[in-house]
Write a protein that binds this ligand. Structure first.
Ligand code: NAD
Length: 295
């Protein structure tokens, strides 16, 4: 078992750190927010006074923070306090460029590093069923895998520095586009007098089949566990979808890729967010699609 420093104890990081404690690791944790530190303490972690003091004596350092600027800020702060050769893993969803800069900082400080963003949401964080998409050198990935296995069920090595973030934003671009497509199909079906169940029964076993339909169906009824049955309570909030689609567009612009549907999906979710629905589950975008008929 390892000495693990865990920095960023929010909706995702809190339960992930708790799972490391459950697996038998000695976890030293820090977050800027006192309530998150208190929760981690009651989950069995030792609480440090700062990120810098959390990493002292750690064999593995994990960060789970909002965006690239927070990750670079914390990595700049902690790397000088880490023993040479320590493994540092970032599980946040951040832009590919910042992820590469973070790897470069680690290399300069003599550390091994992995970018390891996740999918699976807060349910996956609590249940230790996350998927980790990893970027970094083979040796760093091999060292990270056993500890990631205590927080997830699928750990994929996607390539070198930043490859985990690249895989994450490509996946979420598919998700954002496909959820709008499924929402549009249900709204058209409604106008054509088709019941939700009939469309679901056909499309879920035909070529329209996809995760947004069969696992996360945006109308209540056909998939009882989807957020549509729970007032579109997230799940995965629309403002996080805006974040990921924006990261995808930034990466596309930087890499010279043209992704017209990804761009349009970003605009649609931005409008939904600006209308005050940023905290609604992203499958609630069907409600926005319905309003378009009157415009
Ligand atoms: P969150 O806002 O709940 O948690 C982030 C935490 O980081 C907060 O507790 C905040 O206080 C802390 N923090 C910020 N700056 C800090 C600093 N300098 N030092 C110490 N702590 C600091 O966010 P979350 O929902 O836990 O998401 C974390 C990351 O995971 C994000 O990048 C997000 O995009 C990604 N993600 C979230 C979900 C989800 O469903 N919530 C799913 C997949 C990926």
């Amino acid at each position: 078992m390892a000495n693990v420093a865990f920095i960023g104890l929010g909706n995702m990081g809190g339960p992930m750190a708790a799972n490391l404690v459950k697996a038998g690791h000695k976890v030293t944790a820090f977050d800027l927010v006192a309530a998150s530190r208190d929760q981690a303490k009651s989950d069995g972690a030792a609480i440090a006074e700062s990120s810098a003091s959390a990493v002292k004596g750690a064999g593995i350092v994990i960060t789970m923070l909002p965006a690239g600027k927070h990750v670079l800020g914390v990595w700049n702060e902690v790397i000088p306090h880490m023993a040479k050769g320590t493994l540092i893993i970032d599980c946040s969803t951040i832009d590919v460029e910042s992820a590469k800069q973070a790897h470069a900082l680690a290399a300069k400080g003599g550390m091994a590093s992995v970018d390891a963003p996740v999918s699976g949401g807060t349910g996956g964080a609590r249940g230790a069923t996350l998927t980790f998409m990893c970027g970094g050198e083979d040796k760093a990935f091999a060292a990270a895998k056993p500890v990631l296995e205590n927080m997830g069920k699928k750990i994929v090595h996607c390539g070198g520095a930043g490859a985990g973030q690249a895989a994450k934003i490509c996946n979420n671009m598919i998700l954002g586009i496909s959820m709008i497509a499924v929402g549009e199909a249900f709204v058209l079906g409604e106008k054509l007098g088709l019941s939700h169940q009939a469309l679901f029964d056909v499309a879920s076993t035909s070529s329209g089949q996809c995760w947004s339909l069969t696992t996360y169906c945006p109308v209540p009824g056909p998939v009882p566990t989807s957020p549509a049955n729970n007032g579109y309570k997230p799940g995965f909030a629309s403002n996080l979808m805006v974040k990921d689609l924006t990261l995808a567009q930034d990466a596309a612009n930087a890499a010279g890729a043209v992704t017209p549907l990804g761009k349009h999906a970003q605009e649609i979710y931005k409008t939904f967010d600006a209308e005050g629905h940023g905290g609604v589950d992203f499958s609630g975008i069907i409600q926005h699609v319905r309003t378009l008929a009157g415009k």
